[in-house]
Design a binder for this molecule. Structure first.
Ligand SMILES: Cc1c2[nH]c(c1CCC(=O)O)Cc1[nH]c(c(CCC(=O)O)c1C)Cc1[nH]c(c(CCC(=O)O)c1C)Cc1[nH]c(c(C)c1CCC(=O)O)C2
Length: 366
């Protein structure tokens, strides 16, 4: 084990306190995909390079991670390491390309039992395969100099199974659905392997310098309630249970908050609030009041403005921020501001600034 690097003391721990359920002076703010294509400085640094190449270059990845924190200085309460959920399939021996303007592409998706056996027989050495990710985290945390906490993250097992079997984004989920319905046991084996890798990956991200974690189960809403309980929830629970244990083994003494974002899994909110996570992130389909009622202060909720509101007028942004924060009980307890999903490439950086300023203003009101 590498000894944990020494980092500057944290100056803003608002999000860590909110995630742990403490009462705070205002709700912490960050945005999924806060680094990326809506920022002109992202394109400048990326300079036409391959997406995964930029992730693997610690200097570039750390620079891109810091861009939104710098641009919105004092408005963002966390940074999230610039990487992707598909680095786990890569670590498991699969080839993944990012096609400009189209998205991820797996040239050899899992379609047969033999394909699956090949992946299952591949010995994954997380430290070795994802060494570049840990280096990027350590460098980013050093450069952040304690300004805000740094997020580590990974994809949810079901979401990664979708990409690994479909070979990219999907509308019908034909192959993923075929796997879980035709070969449920084999699908469970794959989900278990992904989960094992995810647990080690998240834990090692903390050793490298991550101070808070999020699991993105972005395709949760493609499963029926019954299937969610069979093919997603048990693995999400394993992650929340086993990461803290692994962290103790690795000598990490701090209590690291973990967030679950299971997009579209509205039917499972009650279960997700009991799944061992500190925070449950909500998409914009939720009425904050209804979600808060179901949660009943068990965990901190995160979200959930429709990202599309950023295309609106300032008056409408103000009104929707007001509704959101009020709906989550004023935002001083059990609440973190976020979008209901990520930023879009076409968004206006100044609208996002206005949104963040309004969250600060309205969230600080007595
Ligand atoms: C499903 C998913 C992926 N990746 C991710 C998810 C879960 C969140 C979600 O549901 O959106 C997570 C992710 N992807 C990226 C981050 C970086 C950190 C951040 O949030 O700022 C994070 C946390 C960078 C990225 N990941 C990707 C980009 C765009 C790459 C480019 O510059 O062309 C970025 C900045 C590419 C990517 N990566 C993925 C897709 C489907 C795509 C293509 C579609 C798209 O372009 O939005 C897989």
């Amino acid at each position: 084990m590498t000894s944990p690097a020494k980092f500057a003391p944290l100056k803003n721990d608002l999000i860590l306190r909110a995630a742990r359920g403490e009462t705070v002076e205002r709700p912490p703010c960050w945005i999924m995909r806060q680094a990326g294509r809506y920022l002109p400085e992202y394109h400048k640094v990326k300079d036409g390079r391959d997406f995964f190449e930029t992730c693997r270059d610690a200097e570039i990845a750390s620079e891109i991670t810091l861009q939104p924190v710098r641009r919105y200085e004092g408005l963002l309460d966390a940074a999230i390491i610039f990487s992707d959920i598909l680095v786990i399939p890569q670590a498991m021996g699969m080839k993944v390309e990012m096609i400009e303007g189209k998205g991820p592409h797996f040239p050899e998706p899992l379609r047969t039992k033999e394909d699956l056996q090949k992946v299952l027989s591949y010995e994954v050495d997380v430290i070795k395969e994802l060494d570049w990710a840990f280096k990027a985290i350590t460098l980013t945390r050093t450069k952040l100099n304690g300004q805000v906490p740094l997020f580590g993250f990974c994809g949810g097992p079901w979401t990664l199974l979708v990409y690994m079997t479909e070979g990219g984004g999907s509308r019908l989920f034909r192959f993923a659905k075929e796997w879980i319905n035709k070969f449920p046991e084999l699908s469970q084996q794959l989900l278990q392997r992904i989960t094992d890798v995810a647990i080690e990956f998240l834990s090692q991200q903390v050793v490298a310098g991550a101070q808070i974690l999020q699991v993105f189960e972005s395709w949760g809403g493609e499963l029926s309630y019954e299937d969610f309980k069979e093919f997603s929830l048990p693995y999400l629970k394993q992650i929340s249970e086993k990461v803290p244990r692994r962290l103790l083994e690795l000598g990490v003494k701090e209590d690291i908050p973990i967030i679950i974002f299971a997009k579209g899994s509205w039917y499972a909110l009650d279960e997700l609030c009991n799944a061992g996570y500190n925070v449950v992130s909500l998409d914009w389909l939720w009425d904050p009041r209804e979600a808060s009622k179901i949660n009943n202060n068990r965990v901190t909720l995160q979200g959930n403005i429709d990202p599309g509101v950023m295309y609106g007028s300032n008056e409408i942004i103000t009104r929707k921020v007001q509704k959101m924060i009020e709906g989550f009980g004023g935002g001083k307890k059990n609440y973190i501001v976020n979008f209901g999903h990520g930023t879009h490439p076409f968004m206006d950086t100044e609208k996002i600034r206005f949104f963040l300023e309004e969250c600060h203003r309205i969230g600080s009101a007595k």
